[in-house]
Every structure is written in structure tokens, then in C-alpha cells.
Design a protein around this ligand. Sequence first.
Ligand SMILES: Nc1nc2c(c(=O)[nH]1)N[C@H]1C(S)=C(S)[C@@H](COP(=O)(O)OP(=O)(O)OC[C@H]3O[C@@H](n4cnc5c(=O)[nH]c(N)nc54)[C@H](O)[C@@H]3O)O[C@H]1N2
Ligand SMILES: Nc1nc2c(c(=O)[nH]1)N[C@H]1C(S)=C(S)[C@@H](COP(=O)(O)OP(=O)(O)OC[C@H]3O[C@@H](n4cnc5c(=O)[nH]c(N)nc54)[C@H](O)[C@@H]3O)O[C@H]1N2
Ligand SMILES: [Mo]
Length: 778
Amino acid sequence: MAGKPPAGDPVQDAPDVTPPQTSAAGLPAVGHTLRAAQRQMGVKRTALTLLRVNQKDGFDCPGCAWPEPGKRHTAEFCENGAKAVAEEATLRRVTPDFFAAHSLTDLATRSGYWLGQQGRITQPMYLPEGADHYEPVPWERAFDIVAEELRALDSPDEAVFYTSGRTSNEAAFLYQLFAREFGTNNLPDCSNMCHESSGSALTETLGVGKGSVLLEDLYRADLIIVAGQNPGTNHPRMLSALEKAKEEGARIITVNPLPEAGMERFKNPQTPRGLAGRGTALTDLFLQIRLGGDQALFRTLNRLVLEASDNASGAGPAAIDAEFIAEHTHGFEEYAAEARAQDWDETLRATGLDRDVIERALAMILESKRIIVCWAMGLTQHKHAVPTIKEIVNFLLLRGNIGRPGAGVCPVRGHSNVQGDRTMGIFERPAPAFLDALEKEFGFAPPREHGLDVVRSIRAMRDGHAKVFVAMGGNFVSATPDTEVTEAAMRRARLTVHVSTKLNRSHVVTGARALIFPTLGRTERDLQGGGEQFVTVEDSMGMVHASRGRLEPAGPTLLSEPAIVCRLARRVLGEDSRTPWEEFGHDYATIRDRISRVVPGFEDFEAKVSRPGGFTLPHAPRDSRRFPTATGKANFTAAPVEYPRVPEGRLLLQTIRSHDQYNTTIYGLDDRYRGIRNGRRVVLVNPEDAADLGLADGGYADLVSEWVDGSERRAPGFRIVHYPTARGCAAAYYPETNVLVPLDSTADGSNTPVSKSVVVRVEAGGASGPETGITAAG
Ligand SMILES: Nc1nc2c(c(=O)[nH]1)N[C@H]1C(S)=C(S)[C@@H](COP(=O)(O)OP(=O)(O)OC[C@H]3O[C@@H](n4cnc5c(=O)[nH]c(N)nc54)[C@H](O)[C@@H]3O)O[C@H]1N2
Ligand SMILES: Nc1nc2c(c(=O)[nH]1)N[C@H]1C(S)=C(S)[C@@H](COP(=O)(O)OP(=O)(O)OC[C@H]3O[C@@H](n4cnc5c(=O)[nH]c(N)nc54)[C@H](O)[C@@H]3O)O[C@H]1N2
Ligand SMILES: [Mo]
């Protein structure tokens, strides 16, 4: 039965727990895919839609940013990609009648899961000041309201323009142009909470804030290190690439506090052997590290590589690439002195690993000519995330593993176009050269002062310095830290505006006035005056390609994201703006034409992107070992080694994704691979820690975070689950645990919220989920 949301809310969170699985995908994943899709779309639409995902003439999967291989399967999607598509292509609808039936007060008590399950928003909706119901509003009136509030500001910097990472290149380019013509660089985005640390570290050391490997490189690598990432859930198609890499002879080291099923064994659903057989064991060596121990680990590996180089007899392959270091890098001597001083005791304390397993990793490293390191949120969301990633760069530079086939850095991006949005100028600290190019092309003077990132935007709203909040997608109040502080900040705004496909908590925690602009998703046909349009996206490896929706739009009133920006910009900026907004909205090729003249690497954009499969953006370190850094070389950096210190009786909590969610969008209450069903309020604790702390399996506890300023934050009613995580570490799902992350707890050098190391006290005997009616919030 498609089209019907699950009955009743509050959703009762009553987790059932079985042991975690040790393999991912296979036949069960195919069943889950089809069932999830059919619930939302029905049988026929499911078949038609899923066959279009990631095909050269189809649409880009709105799931993750993993690239598509050149030769594609008919089913080039994964279980979680299919769920992302089904969420968008659902037949359920949120109409004006829905808002008439549900007051804001009512909606504010609903879980994020319930809100998301109601379906696609079909009409622009307006919440007048003091009202408790959204009401339908014509588009033109809605744009007038935004214009009124924006024009009433004392300074353009009192407005904030947020972007999530699904927005197409075309929409993103127009959106930043609008914000800058309006007069502000306040362009925070989800990257600020995601791979900002990677961008900061890579820009300083290599000169380009993006990954340096292509899919083919994975197939040529001798060794792939996957650190701080759970691809089985979050980038399932990466498992096929890792399987292929193994077939080509690569070995894999996994570094993670949790044994994640996908990295253990993968049953490729695209092959008969994968469907029915035992599948492929992916990980050759598992380093079960403590949260935040990675910088110490890589520093020690680097020390050992240097020592191996000192002891080399000259027979075997050299441990370091002296020629590369001399010719292409800067700061080696200083760094090497620092690395040689790294202390074993500190390393073992920081990582929780034994010396033996680190030495086994070293042996594999020394045997490997070509090495790639992949990572995601497990490295970026720590206080010392930037120095940690820089240490990985040191590691790769030592053996010349940048700028040659089969080697390099591979930060695996999250949202399907988060990387492209940055390329298009969604950034609160734009490069002067980018602004110069905008100025030349559009004939206005863009603001030069840096704008607000996510955390600073929240502070600015909290303190009354920012008064209008506009979001191009996303779910700002649920994705950001310190939920209570953030919600209070949003409520202080004069106006909050969301361009959205689905309902979420950010629509019900609003400023004095609020607007919802319903928009087309990736899967839908985009018809404008100039005919049927396509958009473009950039994946995690810098490949740019076209995406064409085929489905009928969720409603006749919906506007595309580019159309919304064009009409809003004209209304706000008036006839003073010399930008041809009408033309841009009419025909997106005219936007691409401008992009080709402003953004490096996009010359001849329209022709290049019209080729099936698209094109690869240039990347100086990868293509020619040129490093556009301050020194003109790749920089070794020698930051002091840091790791989180946890007081007696406390645990370090990481906040992660379950298998049934896409960030704040909850698909269901199961986390199949980890053996959790029917509930999300669980805390995974190592059995030995649990014994020390008196935390019985199946009992309930409150999680209380303790911050350096003495403040405490509480998340009640979590079921304790004994789980094989690293000692001293715990894990629970985001967004429910965002209430625990202090706004001021951010990474040095990237200001990313520290979502992966929160010091908590687990207070057993806390409120129990079902009895107290705690809902599956988020
Ligand atoms: N289905 C699905 N796909 C998604 C998403 C989704 O929510 N659902 N989200 C998308 C987005 S925006 C992103 S950014 C990515 C996120 O992709 P991931 O980064 O894989 O997501 P997380 O669930 O945050 O998992 C973090 C992983 O890092 C490990 N880890 C945590 N701390 C440490 C540490 O200190 N050291 C090491 N070595 N490991 C650590 C955790 O145990 C976990 O395995 O996925 C994208 N794809
Ligand atoms: N504690 C903790 N917090 C975290 C993280 C963590 O690991 N732990 N991870 C962080 C990370 S990596 C990220 S990326 C952020 C995610 O932050 P966001 O990107 O802000 O959040 P999402 O949940 O991805 O946004 C979902 C909403 O996007 C809208 N949407 C979906 N598709 C479209 C579309 O095509 N167009 C438009 N306009 N809207 C659309 C829908 O209304 C949906 O409700 O969260 C961060 N927060
Ligand atoms: Mo992300």
C-alpha cells in the first residue's frame, strides 16, 4: 500500500536488540530496498524510478556523493540510495488541508520521523506573526514578504542564507550571487558541520580542499586505509569499489572504534555470488581505535616509517620517497624531528591499540607502493580534526603518495552535491579571486568581509544580530548542535524561510513570521519557458555531470530551486540589479554560461557536460604535482599531538547515523547491521565499561554531557546496549543527541561542531523510553 503515512504519533521508541551483523548488503538488502520504495511509491513507480538512478540519461542519486563508475549496472543504486529516492518520489502529500488540521503547537510535539513521513509539500505556506497555523500564500505575495523583511534590515549582514548539500550547481551559483548582490557573505552551509575540517587541512597542506583520487585510483592502489567512515550505511556503492580494488590486489586497513558490518564482509547485490554466497571479506586489518586517537596513530606510523628509512639496507623499496620530498614538499626536516619524538606510551593511551597491531599496519604500509586514505565524519568532527587530517597528509607525503596513480587523499563527501555547492561559491569566506571574477562578470561590488558560518549564525540569531534566516534545503534546527540554544535562536528571528521538499522540524520552530517554499526534487521533470531543463552536480571525486528528473512534479504549484532564487532575487533587488534573473530562470544553459566564465575548470561547460558521464575538474596536485599553497609546495605540518581526555567515570560519546536515516530524515526505526530494531534511543557501550559503571544491558539511562564551563546538558531515556565498541567510547544516534553538543564545542581551524567526542555521564535508572512516552524525536 503506497501513499499512507504510518498511523499515530508519538512513535513509541522501544528498541529490540540482537547481536550486530558481520556482513552488509546481499539478498536481504534487495528486499529492504523494494519494500521501502513500494511503501512510498507503489510498485510501478518504484520500478520506473529506480531504473533511472545514476544512469547517464537519468538523475543523480540524491543520496550520497560517491561517484558513478564509467560502466554502469542497470541498477546503479543501493538500498539507501533507493530509500532517499523513495522519500522524494513518495505519493504522500502535505497540502494546505494538512496545515489547517495541524496547528504549529501540535506539529511542534511531533517527531522528526513523523513530520518527514507526511509527504511532499505542495503549496507555498505562510505563518503570519502570532498565528498558530500556516496558511497558503501565492508565490508573489510570499516573495514580497521576504523582500519586506530583508529591506527593513539595518545591514545586509543581518540576513543569513544557509544551504544544504542537495542543491544543484545552477541553483547554488544563483543563490550565492543573490546573497552577494544583496550585500552579504553570510552563506553558511552543511559543509560547516561536515567536511570543513578536510577542506581547511587540505587547502593549507596541498593547496586544494578536495580529494585527489578518482575511482580508477582505488582499483590501482596497493593499500586503502578507511578511517572514520561507515560506508556500508552511508556510501554503500563504495563497497563495490572496494570489492573491485581487492580483486585487483589491494589490501584494506579499517580504523574505527566500531566494527562496522559493511567493512567486514560485503555481499554485492549486483552479482550472483554476492547475492547468494559468502561475499567478500573487505578488511584485512582492523584497528579498533579510541575516539579521537587517529592523529596519534598516524604520527606514530610516520615515526616508524622514518625509522624504517634510517635502518634501510638499500635492498628493498625505500621507506620514504626522498626525491618527491626534496622536489615537491616544504617543512620536512622540522616535521621529521617532531615525528621522531612521538612517544609510544602516549600513542597507546590515545589510541587504545596495542603495539603489535600498529606494527602490523606498518608492515602493510611498507609493502605498499600506492596508498589511499579515505575518511568521513569520524575524523572531521573532533576538536583536533584539522591537525588529524594534516597528519594523514604528512603520512601520504612521506612516501610520495600524492599526485600519482593509485594514491592520494579521499575525503568521502556526504550530500550528493555538497562539493559542487562550494565550487559554485557557497562559502562564507570566499577567495578574493572568486569575488573578482563575480565582480567582472556581473558588474557589482561583492562584499569582501567574511560572513557567518553555521555556529556563528546561531550565535548571531541568539544575540539578535541576525534577523532573517533563509535556507536552501536542509533542516537547520535538527542538524545543528545544542538544540535548545539553536531553537531559541531561531525563534528570535523576524522571519525564517525554507525552500524544502519535505516537512521537518525547522518548519515548526520558526521566527516571528515563517515561509515554506515547496520545491522540485532531483527526480522530477523541470519544465521552464525555455523547455525541459537539466541541472549539474559534482561528486566526491570532482566529476561534474548532468542530472535530469523524469517524474511528474509533486504538485503543479512547485517551483524549481533556480526559479525560486530568480524570482526572489528580482523581487528583493528590484530593477537595480542588472543580472538577467528572468533569462536565468527561463533557460539554465544561460546560468552555465556565466559559471563557465566565473569558476575555474568550467570553461566550455555546456559542451563538456553534455557528453555522457560529464567531465572531471582539474586538480593541480593530482594532475601535475603542483601545489597552489602559500609556499608553492606541499606542506608538512607538525602540530602537537592531541586526543580527548576523559575524566574518571565518564565516557566519550560519538553521535552517528543509523542504517535507516538520511541525516535528520528518518526512514525507519531500525539499524539492521548493528542489530537494533524498532527504536533509536539507544546508547552503545563496551561491556567492560558497562560493568565498571554499573550499566546493565537493557536498562535505561539518561545521557548527561559535561562541558568545560561547568554546564550540563541532558538527553533522557536511552536504552543501554552492550556493544563491541572501543573501551571508553560510547555511541548514540544523531539528531536525538544534538541536544548534548555544546554550541561552543567546535574544531580548531574549521569551527565544525565536535559531534564525535562528547564527554558524558551515563546516569543509569534514568527515565525509560516507552513508559515515559519519550518519542522518537529528531
Ligand atoms: N544512508 C545514508 N547515507 C548518507 C548519510 C545518511 O545519513 N544516511 N549522510 C550523508 C552525509 S551528509 C555524510 S557527511 C556521510 C557520513 O558518513 P559517515 O562519516 O560514515 O557517517 P557517521 O554515521 O557519522 O559515521 C562515522 C563513522 O566514523 C567512526 N568514527 C567516529 N569517530 C571516530 C574516530 O575518532 N576515529 C575513527 N577512526 N573512526 C571514528 C564511527 O564509528 C562511524 O563508523 O554520509 C552521507 N551518506
Ligand atoms: N550530532 C551530529 N550532528 C550532525 C552530524 C553528526 O554526525 N552528528 N552530521 C552533520 C552533517 S555531516 C551534515 S551534512 C548536516 C546535515 O544537515 P542538513 O543538510 O541541514 O540536513 P538534512 O537532514 O540533510 O536535510 C533534510 C531536509 O532537506 C530537505 N530537502 C531534501 N531534498 C531537497 C531538495 O532537493 N531541495 C531542497 N530545497 N530541500 C530538500 C527536506 O526538507 C529534508 O527535510 O548535519 C550535521 N549534524
Ligand atoms: Mo555531511
